[in-house]
Ligand binder design. Structure first.
Ligand code: ATP
Length: 898
């Protein structure tokens, strides 16, 4: 394949198409290879791929509209209040104060740029996350199996499908082993369709009847197969129906929604207050245009229209940071929810354990041995043969393999005893198979046996295999089987924390016509038990302990044996000796009400079918718990969707689970979930701090302007001052608050209640009293300077307001701890922002060119020192507030939380 001949194309000349009158489903497997100039065994070659990609474009659906940078910038300016303010500034310019117009315009432009930069970066962060979460496909290329991003696929690519894969493009199926595909996304039919490879009639068939085609966006629910790409991107059936498909609708998070509603109500209140300020100013004989501008500036400054946007920015940046900690967020609101998680229900294998299986022991002919002995009486030869042949791992070199870790461990154990899969398969190739699935908990393969017979090898969970056995192979030949005794031996092995599999075989006279499990997997002869060790992850134990201190309960859910579950959960500190381990069959016998009544006492579940996870989630949610649930298989998807935080595995999981999940663990590690919860709490804390800071600052400004006339003072701040405070003082340090590191003790407190208001825990009281204090300090400065006859009273008032806010932002870095002892150390961006604001404030005082704009005058050193001194009052007061909170909590909280 050099790609010299162009591919046959549709009449438009743009895309590969089958010959006229011969739809893809009518072409044979050989035709397909010819039509698409590809070879199933080795796939396309590199140069061919790049040529096709250039010709046919990426395998992506046309994206929905995304706001471009210009639109984003315009959106910043389109705020109604801002427009009114601009108009008023222009009027002011005509009336005679052109500097005002320029200054206001500059500040508004700067504001717009700041908002734009934030939103643009947030959008980019979200887009980057999406790209990371993009599906991948396993393809044969240049003779190797490689994983590529699904958007890289080109017509002619040979794609491997397995249970749990999302079909990445339109494919003509060329190999199928019990391949079943759920096509609900396209046909609405939720029953999976069995796919085959044979060519179908040339006539047009409805989509659901084209059983040798697999369509982009559908899901493999069972079996495995291989398909050749016949359509990509918009040239797929999905592309045809979904001309505009944005894979993730823009969702408002609960917090954003609440803040938006709150903002709207606050806006009305602020507008009313501004009207009052305007009216009172007029009555007092102030200049009408100036009063109008003052009231309007205040409205622009104090209406917190940026709150919801700040939440997005914080969440998006938080999500970006989480990726670095191996937690990929697929849905942004999850970041917010994470902080409130009260239950983490985790799989065992691979999440709490390392998924590095190693065969520890065999139970053969009544004896437990560590490895296959040198002399191998029956049943050893068959035990080792079945380990090698009834195995889906692919051998790599002498002593390695690729595939499911359980399978690889068994492959290596057989190879170590000289039973190599490749050599055995040359003599006894796989004729048929009944694949493994978590529900069946077993798998069987069929191979040629002696004298034209067929050999069946079955392995799986001991309960599943043993009850299909009628005899046992021993050194003395086939003997009777004592099932309870064999099950007890399995339980004993499982109690050591091992995963235990039973091996069995059966000789058939020939290939059965009916190859269903019911016919093949019966009258088996039991061979042996194998015990595999999967060591717990080193970090998992600490992470479980951390959850306990953070008020989060950890529950282990496994498909494994209850004894294995107990041993592993016990070693990680999830269960105590007395705690029950509930099995799937026991769970099935409980009514939803009974489960709801007991669910909070259960810390470990074993032999659970994936479908039962959803019952556990529902029962917990019914008790008001917020549940994070992990899952990796096809059937885990409903539970992942239902959980408050569905967590899928990045390495070992299926596409289906990943697509249903809110978060993907890139390292499959339990402790990553806990790290993400910690990050969720930090982000929520910081949003709270931002809200606290903004509301308090705005309240301070409003109080100063409202109360001034009441105490007989002139308007303390000019429009330019108000806007300046809003942009510089509130803007820069406020944003830097989002970067505040997690507070010490963030994982030593109980989870936040999900319905709890962001204003809980004294936030609004703080905004009221500190706002009043801030306004009071500002007015007191004004009064003292004004009545003291200082010519600089307005400059001093303006300076005290700005600097007091700097003190406030430093004090609220921690909810409880004093700034002076706070750990972790300084948040550099915040300190930088405070310092910069301070310098800018000094510039308005001492750079002569700025005086006409800011209507300021240089303060004397004494005046400046007075301003600095007065500005520490708010800081000191908030430190006292925190001190009192610490004392109160110290008296009330249990020692562990102190
Ligand atoms: P987790 O702890 O993550 O839930 P699991 O034990 O549920 O993992 P599954 O892959 O669902 O893992 O396996 C369910 C059961 O099927 C296992 O406990 C085991 O008895 C059996 N089993 C697992 N892997 C194989 C295999 N490759 N061949 C045969 N049986 C297997």
């Amino acid at each position: 394949m050099g790609g010299a001949t162009p591919l046959p194309t549709s009449r438009s000349g743009a895309f590969p198409a089958p010959p006229v009158g011969q739809p893809w489903h009518a072409r044979t497997v050989d035709d397909i290879q010819h039509d698409l100039d590809t070879r199933i065994e080795c796939g396309l070659e590199a140069e061919d791929i790049s040529r096709r990609r250039a010709a046919y474009g990426p395998n992506a659906l046309t994206e929905g509209r995304r706001r471009g940078p210009l639109r984003l910038l315009l959106d910043q300016c389109a705020d109604f209040m801002v427009l009114v303010l601009l108009a008023a500034a222009v009027v002011a310019g005509f009336v005679g104060e052109p500097q005002d117009t320029v200054a206001i315009a500059v500040i508004i432009a700067a504001n717009a740029v700041l908002g734009f930069v934030q939103e643009y970066r947030a959008e980019r962060a979200v887009a980057a996350l999406k790209a990371l979460a993009a599906p991948r496909a396993r393809v044969r290329r240049g003779g190797e199996v490689v994983a590529v991003a699904a958007c890289e696929l080109v017509p002619g690519d040979v794609v491997l499908l397995e249970a749990g894969s999302a079909v990445p493009a339109d494919l003509r199926v060329v190999e199928a082993v019990q391949l079943r595909i759920e096509e609900a996304a396209l046909t609405g039919e939720s029953q999976p369709v069995e796919k085959g490879t044979a060519a179908l009639g040339a006539s047009e068939l409805p989509l659901g009847d084209r059983t040798n085609l697999a369509y982009k966006g559908t899901l493999v629910t069972y079996g495995r197969g291989v398909g050749v790409v016949v359509g990509t991107g918009m040239r797929t059936e999905l592309g045809r129906v979904a001309t505009l498909l944005s894979d993730e609708e823009e969702v408002e998070t609960p917090l954003q929604r609440r803040l938006r509603r709150f903002g709207q109500r606050l806006a009305l209140a602020v507008l009313a207050l501004c009207a009052v300020i305007f009216a009172v100013g007029l009555l007092r004989g102030e200049e009408p245009l100036l009063m109008f501008l003052t009231a309007l500036s205040l409205a622009v400054a104090a209406i917190p229209e940026a709150l919801p946007a700040v939440v997005t920015v914080s969440l998006a940046f938080g999500a970006r940071k989480m990726v670095r900690q191996h937690a990929l967020i697929r849905r942004l609101p999850a970041v917010e929810t994470l902080g409130s998680v009260t239950y983490i229900c985790s799989d065992k294998t691979g999440t709490l354990t390392q998924n590095r299986m190693r065969v520890e022991a065999f139970h053969v002919d009544g004896a437990l041995v560590g490895a296959a002995p040198q002399a191998r009486p029956d049943p050893w030869p068959l035990v080792l043969t079945s380990l090698a042949l009834n195995n889906d791992a692919v051998p790599r070199g002498e002593d390695d393999g690729e595939g499911d870790p359980t399978e690889v461990a068994l492959l290596l154990a057989a190879a170590a005893a000289g039973f190599r899969k490749r050599e055995l398969e040359a003599r006894m190739p796989r004729l048929a198979e009944i694949p493994f699935s978590a529900e069946r908990a077993r798998m069987s393969t069929l191979h040629p046996g002696a004298g034209g017979g067929v050999m069946v090898f079955t392995k799986g969970a001991p309960e599943q295999v043993l009850r299909r056995c009628t005899a046992r192979l021993s050194a003395a030949g086939t003997v009777g089987l004592d099932v309870p005794e064999a099950l007890a031996a399995a339980a004993e092995m499982a109690a050591r924390g091992w995963r235990v599999l039973a091996l069995a075989y059966r000789r058939l006279p020939g290939m059965p016509a009916d190859r269903s499990a019911a016919v093949v997997e019966r009258e088996l002869t039991f061979l042996a038990l194998v015990g595999l060790l999967d060591p717990p992850r080193a970090e998992a134990k600490d992470a479980v302990a951390l959850c306990q201190s953070a008020g989060i309960r950890v529950v282990m859910i496994t498909g494994d044996h209850p004894a294995t579950a107990r041993a592993v959960a016990g070693s990680l500190g999830i269960v105590d000796r007395e705690d029950p381990v509930v099995t799937g069959p026991e769970l099935a016998r409980l009514s939803p009400e009974e489960l709801a009544a007991h669910v909070h006492r259960i810390r470990a579940y074993a032999r659970v079918a994936p479908e039962q996870k959803i019952a556990i989630v529902k029962a917990l949610q019914g008790r008001g718990e917020l549940v994070a649930m992990t899952g990796d298989g096809v059937n885990d998807a409903p539970a992942l969707r239902r959980a408050d935080i569905g967590v899928a595995m990045g390495r070992s999981g299926t596409d289906v689970a990943r697509e249903a999940a809110h978060m993907v663990l890139l390292d499959d590690d339990f402790s990553t979930i806990v790290a993400a919860v910690r990050e969720g709490r930090r982000i929520f804390d910081n949003i709270r701090k931002f809200v606290k800071y903004t509301l308090t600052s705005n309240a301070g400004e409003i109080w100063a302007l409202v109360l001034a006339p009441v105490v007989g003072l002139p308007t303390p701040l000019l429009p330019i001052h108000i806007l300046w405070v809003n942009l510089v003082t509130d803007g820069l340090p406020g944003l830097a608050l989002a970067l505040e590191p997690a507070e010490r003790g963030v994982m030593q407190r109980p989870p936040r209640h999900p319905h709890e208001s962001i204003f809980a825990h004294g936030l609004w009281q703080h905004a009221v009293w500190v706002g009043l204090l801030l306004g009071g300090v500002t007015l007191a400065t004004q009064a003292a300077a004004y009545h003291g006859g200082s010519a600089h009273w307005r400059t001093m008032t303006f300076t005290v307001l700005t600097l007091s806010q700097m003190g406030h932002v430093l004090a609220i870095r921690s909810e409880r701890e004093s700034l002076f002892v706070q750990r972790p150390g300084p948040n550099r961006p915040l300190l930088g922002a405070v310092f910069l604001t301070f310098l800018l404030q000094l510039a308005t005082l001492y750079v002569p060119a700025l005086h006409p704009i800011f209507k300021t005058e240089p303060l004397s050193l004494a005046e400046l020192i007075v301003c600095l001194g007065v500005s520490t009052i708010v800081f000191a007061a908030v430190e006292v507030e925190k001190w009192m909170a610490r004392r109160g909590a110290g008296l009330a909280a249990p020692a562990a939380l102190r």
